[in-house]
Design a protein around this ligand. Structure first.
Ligand code: HEM
Length: 261
């Protein structure tokens, strides 16, 4: 993994004091280790540095190494110095001020786990849309790319636009969505499709945060093309189902990016 000090799955030890370096102003951070689950980062803050209140999507711990600061967590002020341990649940607002040069290790814990299932009702609804997707899938995916490229023209750079013009990429996406609709309760059966797509996504530098853009465009396209058939219930089921598929891809692509780094 680029820019980390230690290698995942390999024993490592160090004396943290040897890694500490204070910048003249602001923050210097060093990722000590990062694996699929956790990230361990040493933060060195110059005296007077403040980090404004924010939240994190992941659980985190802070272990004070040296110096002095104030960590405000859920509105409560905690003196942060050598030996102090703090657990910060995901989404808890926190802020920090370094009264002196301050060093601590922040551990971001597990990434949100991939949901393993969707509700039986969702499965039934999704499967009921499979025949429509077989018939109108390509109309939907053509519309989906139209919406996405109109709202996010910069994303065109990642695509082969000839494959858009001749319809081959909309056809590939339509096939994938149809396979998913028919096998939503048996993701094992989709393994080879997921592998192929995930590798192509890594080649084309697809990022986790791009999944919401594709999801929104796809759901809008389903509504546009399917019309009245796309009831609120059907759309809610597809929203949930898309989220699951996106998580499966994001997790697999993360692994491939890590292997390739
Ligand atoms: C669950 C959501 C998604 C599905 C089902 C999906 C499906 C696919 C499929 C089937 C392919 C063709 C793979 C091949 O055989 O070569 C593909 C390629 C691709 N996908 Fe996705 N994708 C999804 C999300 C995304 C996202 C979020 C992006 C971000 C922009 C993206 C960008 C691309 C790109 C750039 C390619 C290569 C296209 C080309 O060669 O022109 N996809 N995707």
């Amino acid at each position: 993994m680029a820019n980390t000090i230690a290698t995942p799955n390999t024993a490592y030890n160090t004396h943290l004091q040897d890694l500490i370096e204070y910048p003249e102003k602001g923050i210097l951070s060093k990722v000590i280790l990062k694996d699929e689950n956790c990230q361990y980062t040493l933060f060195c803050l110059a005296k007077g540095t403040e980090i404004e209140e924010h939240t994190s999507a992941r659980n985190a711990t802070v272990v004070g190494i040296e110096g002095a600061g104030k960590l405000t967590l859920n509105g409560e002020e905690i003196a942060l110095n050598s030996g102090v341990f703090v657990f910060m649940p995901a989404q808890a607002p926190h802020a920090l001020k370094a009264d002196e040069n301050l060093a601590f290790v922040l551990t971001l814990s597990e990434q949100s786990q991939v949901k393993k299932y969707v509700s039986p009702q969702t499965i039934e609804l999704i499967k009921s849309t499979a025949p429509l997707l077989k018939k109108q899938g390509q109309e939907i995916t053509k519309r989906m790319y139209e919406i996405m490229f109109e709202n996010h023209p910069e994303v065109k750079e990642q695509f082969n636009m000839n494959d858009q013009k001749d319809g081959s990429q909309p056809a590939r996406l339509a096939n994938a969505i149809y396979s998913y609709a028919t096998h939503i309760d048996d993701l094992e059966a989709l393994k080879s499709m997921i592998e192929k797509v995930a590798h192509r996504h890594v080649q084309t530098h697809v990022q986790p945060e791009q999944y919401s853009m594709v999801g929104e465009s796809l759901l809008q396209a389903m509504k546009d093309i399917l019309g009245e058939v796309a009831t609120d219930e059907v759309m809610a089921a597809w929203k949930e189902a898309y989220q699951l598929l996106a998580e499966v891809f994001i997790k697999r692509e993360h692994q491939i990016y890590e292997q390739d780094a």
